[in-house]
Design a protein around this ligand. Sequence first.
Ligand SMILES: [Zn+2]
Length: 304
Amino acid sequence: MQNTVKSKKSITGVGLHSGKPVTLSLCPADENTGIVFIRTDIQDKNNAIPALWSAVVDTQLCTVIGNAEGLSVGTVEHLMSALRGMNIDNARLELDGPEVPVMDGSAMPFVELIEAAGVERQNVPRRMIRILKTVTVEQDGKRAVLSPSAGSIFGGEIEFSHPGIGRQSFETELLNGNFRHDIANSRTFGFLHEVEWMRSKGLALGGSLDNAIVLDQKGVMNPDGLRHEDEFIRHKLLDAIGDLYLAGAPIIGAYEGYKAGHAINNAVLRALFADETAYEIVNAYSTGTSSAGCQSALQSASAL
Ligand SMILES: [Zn+2]
């Protein structure tokens, strides 16, 4: 069945790129609403932006979604990841600025916000997107693949020449709290020279060692080090879970990313939805996430 949150809860932080304070309010929403952002600082035009793959307008530094009025919301991926990981189908996300607050650079503050709000079960079946055939996108040595699977599985691999990262791979299934345990607290990361370049362009103004892992030539600069030895690939999967939730519903299938980022994650969704034979919409009646255990409760539904 579908889930929303029980009550409205807010947090305030800075935007990673703007450096400006922004307040995010997580609010309940009716069945079949999906995830919708509301720019409360704009009142003279349509300020709603649905969290959908087709609304993605930029993927260079983070995932940005926008509407026909030209309004946008940036850095949605960590919040979207928390909503997917915590099985929230319907929510209104009110923001008084153009960017989701970065908080600690992970999805954990949003997981805790959802937990503080409480999860409310709704009375209609959950719509899910079941992958029927493999869809692959390759760009510049990067790759993202969606393939059929009984569960909702996210796997990936990265390779960096920096010895502090090197080659890392990880896989998790969104089941039984694995998201909270394996993925949620892994932080975004960057290299000092990139941060300096972005600052010179007026970007990453809110970035600091409090909300990102930063590496210099010697290694990790953060005084407390890493939260996981392989925190980098775990964060890449956190991003992928958020980017793929812009499908508009949870995916039953396996995602595999190689050196993947926001652009290719959006491209694989566009390739999926361009081929009507590659997926089907199913209704799930169980309370759990997509798992082998709820397959018996799945039933084909009409198109999205
Ligand atoms: Zn990220």
